[in-house]
Design a protein around this ligand. Structure first.
Ligand SMILES: [Cu+2]
Length: 258
């Protein structure tokens, strides 16, 4: 009889302890995901050999001529998207500054360094940023801050294309890019939404800001081809020479293609 009671007590203690454990596990705090801001400047992943010396390349991308941006009427989800959009395919500042041009040194190839984890958001039915440049092997977390249905549709040849619906409850989807390529993004729900992901194998690249400027630091001394790409204006190249401890300034000028 004593043995039976002892066994019953033991069983009760075991049940109590087990219940306590599972309760604790369910309360385990969820660690927040850390992301790198999409606007983080390109890190100099290719280090120069000791004593070789490094320099800086700065510059601007400028539009010559007059340009009036195109307005696009919003046809649905106006409560989130607004009534009208400025078409982001070409945005020119008051002094001709071109935003969202991608600059890279085309004859230096990436030899190492960690890929990035970048963020591409959808805000008021626009891709933010409109142009995202990142190194080969990087992952992009595509967010939907709008709380309405978007559809992220990529157009690429070297990287596997994807076409993913992103309803309001799907806050984040993740895609990895393994080949250098310029990739177009569209939303099948909102026809005016367009964006670009530029995957580069160059260790030195940048995207122009609102003032049309770019900057690359710690570039090993040497002569290089500097490429610029813009989604509407096309591509062009200039030769640059980087000298130790000096800043090389470059200006790219574009005109509307005829
Ligand atoms: Cu959309």
């Amino acid at each position: 009889m004593m043995a039976t009671r002892w066994f019953t007590n033991l069983l009760a203690i075991l049940l109590f302890v087990t219940a306590g454990c599972s309760k604790d596990e369910s309360r385990a705090p969820v660690k927040p995901v850390e992301t790198v801001p999409a606007s983080a400047p390109a890190a100099p992943e290719s280090s120069s050999s000791p004593g070789q010396g490094v320099g800086t390349i700065t510059g601007k991308v400028i539009f010559k001529g007059s340009y009036t941006p195109t307005k696009v009427a919003v046809s649905k989800d106006k409560e989130v998207c607004g009534d009208v959009k400025t078409d982001p395919v070409l945005v020119v500042g008051s002094q001709g500054e071109i935003i969202n041009a991608v600059i890279q040194i085309s004859d230096l190839k990436r030899t190492g360094g960690a890929p990035k984890e970048a963020v591409l958001d959808q805000v008021k039915c626009e891709y933010v940023p409109h142009v995202l440049a990142l190194p080969v092997g990087s992952t992009v977390k595509i967010k939907n801050s709008d709380g309405i249905l978007h559809n992220v549709h990529s157009f690429s040849e070297k990287n596997t294309p994807f076409n993913r619906a992103q309803p309001k409850y799907l806050k984040e989807i993740s895609e990895k890019f393994t080949k250098p390529e310029v990739i177009s993004l569209r939303c099948d729900v909102h026809g005016w939404m367009s964006g670009w992901i530029v995957v580069t194998d160059s260790p030195f690249y940048d995207v122009t800001g609102a003032d049309g400027s770019f900057k690359m630091e710690n570039v090993p001394v040497g002569k290089y081809s500097l490429d610029v790409w813009h989604e509407t204006l096309g591509k062009t190249t200039q030769s640059v020479e980087v000298k130790s401890g000096e800043v090389t300034n470059v200006t790219f000028e574009f005109q509307m293609k005829k």
